[in-house]
Design a protein around this ligand. Structure first.
Ligand SMILES: [Zn+2]
Length: 691
């Protein structure tokens, strides 16, 4: 699957996309819900009897859960999820057309059509059984000694099976114009290292469920129940040892902690068991002398663990990961078992998504820029692009003004901050130049083979970049994606066509509502250039300190305030928000909303057209109130508690309701807009501000 480059900062985590790859029952619901756009101003979501000054999320979103119950096949529901489902329907139509078009072999239309159609064909998948992964299972069974592991690891890693560790290309943090090789921790089946190490009851239960899942996978591959149970426990021990050597999610946010250039020769001595120089060749990597060892402590731990583990345990580990990686292209029992753990148990989703949806998203993942061309041509018009460009420009102007007016920054740093701001490149809609898929072979009736070839194609594409200049025109997300990102090494903000739609950008809504919605999203991405991570990179995208010592101290005092503030919020039950993990996102949310409001105020002095019929009720609110309602409704959501728990432990974004509250309590403009008195919950006396 297309993997996001290390260290992009995105607007939200798209959990549904994760279950789309993983989960899958052929016998899913016949009556799929049909999704329609949610308007930018959604009066039905509001709980108007609530007091906005007591709990603004409740006021703006209190009825959202009632109007929008979580579909049985979803871990959550919000405006992002709705738009993603809507875009999936749109792509579905495009794919049905492509699949029945009898397009010439080798064309993009043939590839997306056959990829989609073969994924949908569960009868053929069922009939072929384990045959498509039989060659890999034989290779695993044929391992004679641990000395044969690196070659097999390379083979599986190339196919996208994440065993042991990962090897990839990335821009050089210290010379952001060039792509370098990087090697990183990996090989875990649970989301993150602490899942293996926490001692609370819920974590222990999750680990028991994971062991049962691995055992079930091994049974499906033909092991006896007793052998499978015993092997699964040993796989758990193996992964726990890798987890202990891994770097945690909070540390990984610090660019200095994930950048360690080493010569290949000296790196190889830290983990002789993986035979790094040969492994790189087997991966098909260009020759390298140096590479970034992202998590240096991991590799000695991996080495020790491989040495201390019996080969049959490692073979069971490889088999289980192979089956999990391709579960959705294997017979139903695999697909169902995979979903049962990753969907039902980890995310709390009761029901598998319809096969067609998962196949649509699978096609987007494998052939995103082939499918994206068809999508963009129909659903993203030049005037939409022009309007977005204009809004981005206004928000960048607001940031310039904001930097000019900050009272805590010296003139020296101010000049550098503005230089960086002016160097930010804006990418909107879709790539100027599309990917070439001519070397990727997609065949009818070969779901798993297509998936493997797509993965290998992606790996080769990524590794081929090593040693070459960075292509800043390239996109890290496909055009229909409902998300956005800032890339600190390229200093650019990226808004795929997929998010520039209602509710985020709604032609029928007022300007104020749109500034609260998509405007704040634009401001959010822009602020990422200046959050605690982004501020460490300069305008050229290099990891280079451009701050005076005093300004940095002032900046850190302000970010500490945000980290402490958010740590007080409760995510779910007994679990608090991790203020350090979410600091960058919270800084971006706060800065983004401020900038969007500044841009709106500058824009409001221009002319506002007559209200449309849709805007009658919206216009009963002042523009400032519309703005804050727009901001809040970005995050109206209905989530399963299992998902909230998982995200609070692994994800860099605060829970949705906290994204609303955390911002409004820090903005005096909010208290003013709704007439809140100082000391009320949404107008606390003490507030934090970075940007
Ligand atoms: Zn973000």
């Amino acid at each position: 699957m297309r993997r996001l480059p290390l260290f992009l900062v995105v607007l939200l985590v798209c959990t549904a996309a994760a279950s789309a790859q993983t989960a899958g029952s052929a016998a899913s619901v016949k009556t799929d819900k049909v999704y329609a756009p949610i308007p930018g101003f959604d009066a039905t979501a509001m709980e108007k009897t609530a007091d906005p000054c007591a709990n603004f999320y409740q006021y703006a979103c209190g009825n959202f859960s009632k109007v929008h119950p979580i579909p049985a096949d979803a871990p959550e529901f919000d405006e992002f999820y709705n738009l993603m489902e809507y875009n999936t329907q749109v792509l579905h139509e495009l794919l049905q057309k492509a699949a029945s078009a009898q397009a010439n072999i080798g064309t993009n239309e043939q590839k997306v059509g056959d990829y989609y159609q073969s994924c949908l064909d569960t009868a053929t998948i069922e009939k072929r059984g384990l045959a498509p992964i039989e060659p890999e299972l034989r290779r695993i069974a044929a391992l004679q000694s641990k000395g044969d592991l690196p070659q097999l690891a390379a083979r599986l890693n190339r196919m996208g099976v994440g065993v042991f560790f990962s090897y990839f290309s990335m821009p050089d943090f210290k010379n952001a114009t060039m792509e370098i090789a990087a090697i990183d921790q990996g090989g875990l089946g649970l989301p993150e290292k602490d899942y293996y190490l926490r001692s609370d009851a819920k974590s222990e239960e999750t680990r028991r469920q994971y062991v049962a899942h691995v055992a079930n996978m091994l049974k499906l591959l033909g092991e006896s129940p007793e052998a499978a149970q015993s092997d699964a426990q040993k796989v758990m021990d193996f992964e726990t040892a890798l987890a202990k050597g891994s770097m945690g999610v909070v540390e990984r946010r610090d660019p200095d902690k994930i950048y360690h250039m080493m010569t290949l020769t000296s790196f190889a001595t830290t983990a002789p068991a993986i035979e790094a120089p040969q492994y790189l060749q087997w991966m098909g990597s260009p020759q390298v002398e140096k590479l970034n060892v992202v998590s240096p402590d991991f590799f000695p731990a991996l080495n020790k663990t491989i040495e201390a583990t019996d080969l049959p345990v490692i073979q069971a580990y490889l088999r289980a990961h192979l089956a999990d990686a391709f579960a959705s292209r294997l017979p139903h029992a695999f697909d169902e078992e995979h979903f049962d753990f990753y969907g039902r148990k980890l995310e709390g989703t009761p029901q598998q998504q319809a096969r067609w949806k998962r196949c649509v998203r699978g096609t987007d993942n494998a052939l995103g820029e082939a499918l994206g061309q068809l999508y963009a041509a129909q659903y993203f018009t030049p005037d939409m692009k022009a309007e977005t460009v204009q809004m981005v420009q206004q928000i960048e102007d607001a940031m310039g003004k904001d930097i000019d007016e900050l009272d805590w920054m010296s003139p020296e740093t101010r000049v550098k901050a503005k230089q960086k701001l002016h160097m930010i490149a804006n990418k909107i809609g879709y790539p100027n130049k599309w990917r070439d898929y001519s070397k990727l072979e997609i065949k009818p009736n070969d779901a798993l083979g297509n998936e493997v070839r797509a993965q290998e194609f992606e790996t080769a594409y990524e590794l081929n970049k090593i040693g070459k200049p960075v292509d800043r025109q390239e996109w890290g997300m496909t055009p229909p994606t409902v998300n956005a990102y800032y890339d600190p090494t390229q200093n650019n903000i990226n808004f795929p066509a997929g998010i520039l739609q209602p509710a985020f950008y709604d032609k029928n809504a007022t300007a104020a509502t749109n500034y609260g919605h998509i405007g704040a999203v634009v401001g959010h991405e822009l602020t990422h250039g200046f959050d605690d991570e982004g501020a460490k990179f300069d305008g050229d995208g290099n990891l280079h300190d451009w701050w005076t010592a005093q300004d940095k101290k002032n900046f850190e005092e302000r970010t500490d305030c945000v980290a402490n503030e958010y740590s007080q919020f409760t995510a779910v039950d007994d679990l608090k928000v991790n203020g350090k993990l979410t600091l960058g996102e919270n800084t971006a949310d706060n800065g983004g909303a401020r900038l969007a409001l500044m841009a709106l105020m500058a824009h409001a002095s221009q002319s506002e057209s007559d209200p449309t019929p849709e805007q009658q009720e919206e216009r009963t609110f002042t523009p400032q109130q519309q703005f804050f309602l727009g901001w809040a409704q970005n995050w109206c959501s209905n989530e399963r508690p299992e998902l909230v728990r998982m995200l609070a432990q692994t994800n860099e974004h605060s829970p949705d309701n906290i994204r609303v509250t955390g911002v409004v309590v820090n903005m005096p403009q909010f208290a003013q807009a709704f007439g809140c008195k100082a000391g009320q919950p949404m107008a606390p006396v003490k507030a934090c501000r970075v940007w």
